[in-house]
Design a protein around this ligand. Structure first.
Ligand code: KIV
Length: 266
């Protein structure tokens, strides 16, 4: 199978086929996502929380994002790789935005970038696209706006807020984004945005009517348990399983059961 392209992602929406996206941050997680047939791997700045153990994504740097994107790129054969623009990599100037977005393609091996925001980053989306950098936009609950939002709160709940998000979505599409993440919004609003746009919407905490879904790798596999958002479905409980396995190893070392003869040289 060949590498998945932007055109393949657009075709999926046109044909009414759902898009499965997942985050990954390193060689093993990317290999698992790719072998499982995931369409697009997002090297999300969520790595700040689930890999680095930070409180939120704000401290994550461009250099850290490139470091992780390179590891992902080494593992992936088919999935599209999307690099996530971290906080303050695009806000201060147009030049920052284009240069940093370009690093994901030039150094990281990504096909596209994701940027939080719609209307307020439309000029930057246009500039990136003029530089041949495909862009996925991200509206609704945007984690880099945690302090403006006063926490991770569902967005677009009032009629005026919903209308604003519909407008933001159209502006992102008009600016040239090839896809749009809808995070933490009511499912009826996500359905309306999905019907309005010709580009695919990818939901997280936005209900079943989006053109695709994205989850955080560590949430899906039950590797992260500091908090579990309502929208997460755990398909495994790998942290519990790993703790049990490591406990067993410790007990066997303490009792002299490991290593046995088959793990020893003659
Ligand atoms: O950083 C991330 O992983 C994300 C997704 C959850 C959409 O932005």
């Amino acid at each position: 199978m060949a590498k998945i392209t932007i055109q393949d992602i657009l075709k999926k929406k046109a044909e009414g086929r759902k898009i499965a996206m997942l985050t990954a941050y390193d060689y093993p997680s990317a290999q698992i996502a790719d072998e499982a047939g995931i369409d697009a791997i997002l090297v999300g700045d969520s790595l700040g929380v689930v890999v680095q153990g930070l409180e939120n994504t704000l401290p994550v740097t461009m250099d850290e994002m490139i470091y992780h994107t390179k590891m992902v790129a080494r593992a992936v054969k088919n999935a599209m790789i999307i690099g996530d623009m971290p906080f303050m990599s695009y806000q201060a100037s147009m030049e920052d935005a284009v240069r940093n977005a370009g690093r994901f393609l030039k150094e990281g091996g990504a096909t596209a970038i994701k940027i939080e925001g719609g209307a307020e980053v439309a000029d930057k989306i246009r500039a990136m696209i003029r530089s041949d950098i495909p862009v996925m936009a991200h509206i609704g609950l945007t984690p880099q706006s945690i302090h403006r939002m006063g926490g991770y709160k569902v967005q677009g709940k009032t009629r005026s807020a919903a209308r604003r998000l519909i407008e933001e979505a159209k502006v992102a599409e008009d600016a040239g984004a090839f896809s749009l993440v809808l995070e933490g919004i009511p499912m009826a609003l996500a359905r309306e945005i999905t019907k309005t746009l010709s580009i695919p919407t990818i939901g997280i905490g936005a209900g079943p009517h989006c053109d695709g879904q994205v989850l955080v790798f560590h949430d899906l596999l039950g590797l992260f348990d500091r908090f579990v958002p309502k929208f997460v479905k755990r398909y495994a409980h790998m942290k519990q399983d790993a703790v049990r396995a490591v406990e067993k190893y410790r007990e066997e070392v303490e009792k002299g059961i490991f290593p046995a003869e088959e793990q020893s040289f003659k």
